[in-house]
Design a protein around this ligand. Sequence first.
Ligand SMILES: Nc1ncnc2c1ncn2[C@@H]1O[C@H](COP(=O)(O)OP(=O)(O)OP(=O)(O)O)[C@@H](O)[C@H]1O
Length: 477
Amino acid sequence: MAYLLKMILESANRLNSSDYSSNSSSSSDMNSSDASDSDQIIVSSTGDFDRIPLDVFMQILKLLGPKEAAKLTVICKSWKLIVSDNMLWISYLQNQQDPWDSKFFAETNLRSGYPLRTYPSRMQSFMQIYGQRAQVPGAIIIDGGSGYCKFGWSKYDSPSGRAATFLEFGNIESPMYSRFRHFFATIYSRMQVKSTSQPTVVSIPITQYGNTQEDKTARRKLKEAIYSELFDMNVPSVCAVSQATLALFAARRTSGILVNIGFNQTSVVPILHGKIMHQVGVEVLGVGALKLTGYLREQMHQRNLNFSSLYTVRTLKENLCYVAIDYEEELRKDTEASYEVPVEGWYTLKQERFRTGEILFQPRIAGLSDKGLHQAVALCIENCHDAGLTPDDSWFTTVVLAGGTACLPGVVERLDKELHLLLPPAISNGIRVIPPPYGADSAWYGAKLLSNLSTFPDSWCIKKKDFRPKSRRNFLW
Ligand SMILES: Nc1ncnc2c1ncn2[C@@H]1O[C@H](COP(=O)(O)OP(=O)(O)OP(=O)(O)O)[C@@H](O)[C@H]1O
């Protein structure tokens, strides 16, 4: 094997250093090569290598790695055909750190930007895609949740920082220019990057849900404010996409119902081909992470369980609480369990463990008048059905959860069960509830998919010179 590798490399190097070398830089080859465009050298075989079975040949190429393999395309047409094999480049992409499924989803569904177009009829070869991805500059990703902001560099595995939005930046749900500026400037400074250095991808909060002209104007202004502020900071190109859409992309879907159990509220968002269907209706519930923490705190007070900060309550919620599949039955069980909170010590919870999450489905337990989560999702599904936007119903039968609270054990199963009970079988049979793809960081990961696309930034970002706000600076906030 080592001998074969050596022979291949030698023959490639010989040819690379001869006449062909002028146009053989590995990355440009990868970008420009196409199985049909090498007319200069027409050789019908790979010479002595013809005797090697193709699968062995492929194994050798896999061992050589993408850089060396790319050089081999200049040897002759036969080599080029073999080396351009999609499966070979797929295997190189699979060997990289990000999950292959997500990369494949992104390259086949998100390459075009809006409007989304699904390939692969006009798909480029994976060799070209590999080369283009290698050259993508990457981006700063900022997902400014109303409770917690997640930020980081798109080429990293996960967000490099998280910050409590309400403590550090004020409430960005009422975004004034100065708040935006302070918010973005703080993040760039935390990341120790210049705003001018990279494109920035920002999640747009799920606000202004309605379909009135006022709602549309408010949404447009919010988006324009984000772009304006970042361009004022000389960010070279900017992409702002809804937090809900990004979370759906993270689940490798472009259509479905995205249920974000957020910090202050829960939003049920119908999305078709990456666009929020405001005309169908976004359902909003006043129950979110903060209410769950508050309700657990109340129950702990009632049982005289002392704690010095809300951090303790939150930690217990995240580590002991769950959602029961059958609430009444759970009340009859012994559900006692303990957890040690650093510094504070051991705590034992009983029914609080499942009563806390139950307010998602029965808000009245905590004195709230909202609909239950399952009722809001069922209503959204029925609205999608009635709207008849597509010939079949498949787009809205996938329900994707997002947000930290959606990580509570049992939420997926309970929602699935309740939806099957509420909806007629004709609709409920196809329903599938999907857990949050990356927990509280789902939107951040959706933005990461966009930022590493072979077509990024051109397909998704706007450059400063192309930005034409309708009402620059003339905003209400
Ligand atoms: N495993 C878990 N179980 C239960 N709750 C969790 C878990 N992980 C995180 N959370 C809760 O999720 C909340 C933060 O959620 P998230 O980061 O999705 O909010 P956000 O993005 O700021 O909200 P929004 O979507 O409204 O902007 C916190 O209250 C945290 O306690």
